[in-house]
Design a protein around this ligand. Structure first.
Ligand SMILES: Nc1ncnc2c1ncn2[C@@H]1O[C@H](COP(=O)(O)OP(=O)(O)OP(=O)(O)O)[C@@H](O)[C@H]1O
Length: 597
């Protein structure tokens, strides 16, 4: 709870700093509403007493005050709502949301996107900005609701001090409600896994990618049945929890009602016996009604505040994660202007968090400057992981990667990434103008048409541009009213994007042609081999190509064969064939398969 309060104070401070006038207005309005409620009750007592005492002037005066306080209350309520939503939207969406985006974008590694337990939290946090800010005001509101409760009790105490005992009865619904909520929270926890599964099944059934297979295999109805069964199971758990929570609520409000019925009886008996006035009875009734509202507001606000944990916990986790990430040295050495010696892996091992088997196991190899290096190996052998370490998405658990003798960890991450280019098998589909989707590969040259056209030529994508309705200005993505591209066309845009930088030190092509047909693949590779020589001349660049198709990498200067995370063989195509080991075996299998096809 201490952490929550600290976060709310931080958000309140931020709101105050950004919009001091509106924040002060909101707090004053809330305080005003507490005073106005009490004033209304007192004014109504005065009206009734004046009538009972036969004082028409006093009755009119008191009625006027009552009308004024009721009017003020209505005005304050409306104004309070408007100011609240204005503040929450401006602070939540504009500042908290922007900060969350900056925090996520500033993370060095990929853990937060690749680990499902982290990704779940990141997803929650992304949508949490509004809720977090609103939650803070809910917490503030709880304080005001409690204050109103105390003021009401004091008023009752003035009528009869015994009525102060009603505090205990007012607390009952709060306590019972909490017990009830526990049952609901437990039910949500108990069904969380089924909820995830249900969501997954829904996505399977509705996503275009998976739907083709699902329709062909005819498993749609089975999926729907499975989903229905999961809903049924979840509904049963929730129903039981709701019944239990309802019983707790009922018990709490019954106690409250009993206490107040007793209190009212006491006041009425006092008035009838001459110890109190009729106005006191009206005051007590008024206070009781307002108190019920106050308790209800406090209860619902407390519940919302407790619920806020669902947003706050992942948010605080992200803050700690970001702080730890910032605390890690990101390197302060400049990236070299050109590679002279190359990149050396020295006994590098890496295991993904949560996995037992290393994805890379004691890899030692030198990638000479100015060469094309191919990574081959079966599925899951560690090729992409090696690339990820080169791009500093992860750091080796053991061993060192050196760039011209300098530890890669010591080189400033942003600088290093500004000096590399990469196209991945799971390429991005940026929904924007075609030229921009390419230009994003080098932000400094986002609108440099000449460069964009050169990048398009490198990726052999000129034909693709010619077919677009508005050429380079064509908007991509159907959601934005633009055109959609085929897998192969998207892949070519990713390749072109990766070709924007003219002087990278490292150029990675991780299965960049998996979605292309054989002639396109051939053309692309021939083009990139030629480009690699140019890059080697310009900056001693190393071009790393990951591919399953051995024929495409035969021309590489160095081929690394990975097997189960270990470096099984290294050499040129001819050397590896002569070695007659794993590479030769896999190469011959593929060659035979292609010859047959
Ligand atoms: N984000 C991740 N979290 C946990 N394990 C991972 C992750 N990414 C990869 N792995 C595991 O690490 C090992 C190496 O994976 P990697 O993606 O490097 O192989 P690859 O050779 O590139 O495979 P492919 O040819 O299928 O792309 C595999 O066992 C894989 O399951």
């Amino acid at each position: 709870m201490k952490r929550y309060v600290a976060l709310w104070l931080k958000l309140l401070r931020l709101t105050w700093q950004l919009f001091p006038g509106q924040t002060a207005a909101l707090l004053v309005l809330r305080l005003l509403m507490v005073g106005v409620t009490a004033a209304t009750a007192l004014a109504m007592r005065a009206v009734v007493n004046a009538v009972a005492e036969g004082d028409p002037a006093g009755a009119v005066r008191a009625s006027a005050v009552t009308a004024l306080t009721l009017g003020l209350n209505a005005y304050a309520l409306g104004a309070e709502h408007n100011v609240l939503f204005l503040l929450v939207e401006r602070v939540g969406l504009k500042h908290v949301r922007a900060q969350i985006d900056r925090d996520i974008a500033g993370l060095e590694g990929l853990d937060h996107l690749e680990r499902t337990d982290f990704l779940d939290r990141v997803t929650v946090v992304r949508g949490a900005a509004w809720g977090l800010t609103y939650g803070m005001w809910n917490a503030v509101d709880t304080i005001f609701a409690a204050l109103r409760l105390v003021v009401m009790l004091v008023l009752l105490g003035v009528v009869n001090p015994w009525l102060l005992l009603l505090l205990a009865f007012a607390a009952a619904p709060l306590w019972f409600e909490r017990r009830g909520r526990k049952a609901i929270v437990q039910a949500e926890l108990d069904t969380a896994e089924r909820m995830r599964l249900q969501r997954h099944l829904f996505e399977l059934a509705t996503e275009a990618r998976t739907n083709k297979e699902i329709r062909t295999a005819g498993v749609g109805p089975a999926l729907a049945r499975r989903q229905e069964q999961i809903w049924q199971e979840m509904a049963e758990v929730w129903l039981r929890a709701r019944v239990r929570s309802g019983a707790w609520r009922f018990a709490g409000w019954s106690l409250f009602t009993l206490g107040f019925a007793g209190g009212m009886g006491l006041v009425a008996a006092d008035a009838a016996g001459g110890a109190g006035s009729v106005g006191d009875v009206v005051l007590a009734i008024m206070v009781a009604v307002t108190m019920r509202e106050s308790v209800e507001t406090t209860v619902s606000r407390t519940a919302t505040v407790a619920d806020a944990g669902r947003l706050i916990e992942p948010y605080l986790w992200l803050q700690e994660y970001v702080a730890a990430d910032r605390g890690r040295a990101k390197g302060d050495r400049a990236a070299p202007d050109r590679l002279r010696d190359g990149i050396t892996f020295d006994h590098v091992s890496f295991t993904y968090p949560g996995r037992d088997e290393p994805a890379l196991d004691d890899v030692s190899v030198h990638l000479p400057a100015g060469t094309v290096v191919a990574l081959v190996g079966e599925y899951g052998s560690g090729k992409t992981t090696l690339v990820k370490l080169l791009l500093k998405f992860y750091r080796p658990d053991e061993g060192t990667i050196r760039v011209d003798g300098v530890d890669l960890a010591a080189i400033d991450t942003e600088q290093w990434r500004r000096n590399v280019s990469a196209a991945f098998q799971d390429f991005g589909r940026f929904h924007t103008a075609f030229a921009e989707t390419i230009g994003l590969g080098d932000l400094e040259h986002l609108t440099d048409t000449q460069r964009i056209e050169a990048a398009i030529r490198s990726a052999d994508a000129e034909e693709l541009v010619r077919r677009l309705p508005d050429g380079l200005d064509t908007e991509l993505g159907r959601e934005q009213g633009g055109v959609d591209l085929s897998e192969g066309q998207w892949q070519k845009t990713a390749l072109a994007r990766a070709s924007m930088r003219e002087r990278p030190l490292l150029f990675v092509l991780d299965e960049p042609t998996a979605s292309l047909d054989a002639p396109s693949e051939h053309a692309v590779f021939a083009g990139y081999m030629a480009r690699a020589r140019g890059l080697a001349d310009r900056a001693g660049a190393i071009v790393v190509v990951v591919s399953h198709r051995f024929s495409t990498v035969a021309g590489a200067d160095l081929i690394l064969v990975l097997a189960n995370g270990r470096l099984a063989e290294t050499g040129t195509h001819e050397e590896l064939l002569a070695l007659d080991g794993r590479y030769a075996e896999l190469y011959n299998i593929q060659a035979t398969a292609y010859a047959r096809a």
